[in-house]
Design a protein around this ligand. Structure first.
Ligand code: BGC
Length: 518
């Protein structure tokens, strides 16, 4: 299908080599300050006593050391804070244990269904050459946003995208599935109208649906579980392609879904269009997950035909990882989980993704208030309301390097309604954000290290990463790179983490292009 529609463009550059070189020099520079752990303590089974070292030890994390000018005197004090530091700090040893354990869990998930890591075969069996051309529609439901895109593949790794973005309201997330899919159809209808296209002409599209889907074919799959605050009724165990087709038919739109993909798979494929060394796609956004290219002989549970490429993209659904003897799960994580819409599910996701980081901090702050260590023991209505401390506030606070922490003051007083905070209060809050943010980045790095280890691609691999946390959270990417160096040593230089913006919609279009004739 080739549409000669005038398009607004999101320019895309290839410049991979240049980026890699710049990243190398940045990493080399920050690497000079990297933590060299001397931790030899074995991890314990109890989740309440992680083996993490306090930040005042030689194992102190580099990001904290770099900012030591504003680490307050409480570091040495008695009370809750030293305990928090112990609980949230993840030693190199623990990370290494986690990598080994994750690799094993990946193998189990590839062998059989029913394990913690679902390791879902995506039916995507080929990677793009970069020479594909044509225009394709794509829908992208990630978490809080829904996008309708028209992607034009221009060949030579170049694409043009025209898209509209919509917020998915809480009512839609938690209402009926019918209302949710009708909303998607309505957005598509409006988009076609904007482009001046006749809805009754036959078209095809790629559908990025970023939830755990048991895939039955490239264009069919059933929802295994809602995450990220979604609970729309009538969707669980249903084929989401059928639901979309039904809504499109009702809206008199003649579009056929030719590919159903996870956002991580889309991110991987769209990045591979311009960088053939891309074998992994990761999302650190509202939720988290990773996909990678696996050799078919490494997937014993695959009973379908052997693809000519002898490879398949696997959607790991790593957000579900929950090994309590390995993950540094604190009482705050447990409280958050208990009160969530999906208790005991997505434990790894709840420790590292954008939907939850602010909520963890909120739980910690309430604890410090209850012991009188913060804000003279006084809270505010906003702070006592779940999910009102957004991860975006953590980003602002971590970015605040002013002497008086004035932007932190603005967040705490103007947004959260806390009264007359002191500089000491603000330093404590900032320190809590650092602890939660650093833990998230280090655990994320362990996930990436596990995947490249499983693939045996420590010699060269581009990891395409998308999502608001990776994109906007200060120091996140560098903290991940630091931890990768601790885990992989010199080999970490071969693992290039690259920002892949809005790749999931583009990837769905590409997959529709690659698999459209099946
Ligand atoms: C979902 C994944 C998705 C990830 C990132 C998780 O909650 O289970 O399918 O890839 O979020 O959007």
């Amino acid at each position: 299908m080739d549409l000669d529609t005038p398009l607004f463009i999101f320019g895309l550059t290839t410049g991979v080599a240049l980026t890699a070189a710049v990243q190398y020099f940045i990493s080399a520079w920050t690497g000079a300050k990297t933590q060299h752990s001397k931790d030899t303590t074995p991890p314990r089974d109890s989740v309440h006593h992680p083996d993490a070292s306090p930040i005042t030890s030689p194992d102190a994390l580099p990001a904290i050391r770099r900012q030591s000018w504003n680490v307050p005197s409480f570091v040495a004090a008695e009370g809750t804070l030293p305990r928090l530091e112990r609980e949230f700090t993840v030693s190199s040893h623990r990370l290494q244990t986690m990598v080994r354990h994750l690799v094993n869990e990946m193998k189990k998930g590839l062998a059989q269904d029913g394990h913690t890591l679902k390791m879902i075969p995506s039916y995507v069996i080929s990677r793009p050459t970069g020479f594909e051309t044509g225009s394709f529609f794509a829908l992208d439901l990630g978490g809080s946003n829904f996008r309708v895109c028209l992607v034009t593949l221009e060949g030579q790794g170049q694409t043009r995208v025209r898209q509209t973005k919509h917020i998915v309201s809480d009512e839609l997330k938690t209402g009926t599935g019918e209302a949710l899919f009708d909303f998607f159809a309505e957005c598509i209808g409006k988009f076609l109208q904007e482009l001046g296209l006749n809805p009754s002409e036959p078209r095809s599209l790629g559908f990025t649906f970023s939830f755990p889907i048991e895939q039955h074919a490239i264009n069919s799959g059933t929802l295994m579980q809602w995450n990220k605050g979604f609970s729309a009724t009538g969707v669980l165990k249903a084929d989401v392609v059928e639901l979309l087709n039904k809504a499109l038919k009702k809206a008199h739109i003649n579009i056929k879904v030719t590919a159903l993909v996870n956002d991580t798979v889309g991110t991987l494929i769209s990045h591979a269009y311009r960088d053939p060394q891309t074998y992994v796609g990761v999302i650190f956004g509202t939720g988290t997950n990773a996909a990678y290219v696996e050799r078919i002989e490494e997937i014993p549970k695959w009973t379908g035909p052997i693809p000519p490429t002898k490879e398949m993209v696997i959607n790991t659904e790593w957000g579900a990882y929950d090994e309590a003897s390995v993950l540094p799960i604190t009482s705050f994580d447990r409280d958050l989980d208990r009160a969530s819409t999906n208790p005991r599910k997505q434990i790894f996701e709840k420790m590292i993704s954008g939907m939850y980081l602010g909520e963890i901090v909120r739980h910690v702050l309430l604890d410090l208030i209850s012991t009188g260590e913060l804000f003279k023991g006084r809270s505010s209505q906003t702070l006592t309301t779940p999910y009102q401390f957004e991860t975006a506030y953590m980003s602002r606070i971590e970015r605040d390097h002013s002497l008086e922490l004035s932007d932190t003051k603005a967040v705490l007083e103007d947004i959260l309604g806390l009264q007359a905070t002191t500089v000491q209060d603000r330093r404590i809050v900032k320190h809590v954000c650092e602890l939660v943010g650093i833990r998230a980045a280090r655990l994320s790095a362990a996930g990436v290290a596990a995947i490249v280890t499983k693939m045996n691609r420590l010699d060269a691999c581009t990891v395409a990463v998308d999502g608001s946390v990776f994109q906007h959270y200060p120091h996140f990417a560098n903290r991940m790179r630091d931890a990768l160096r601790e885990l992989l040593g010199i080999m970490a230089e071969n693992i290039v983490l690259e920002q892949a913006r809005d790749g999931s919609g583009e990837g769905a279009a590409l997959i529709a292009a690659l698999h459209g004739h099946e």
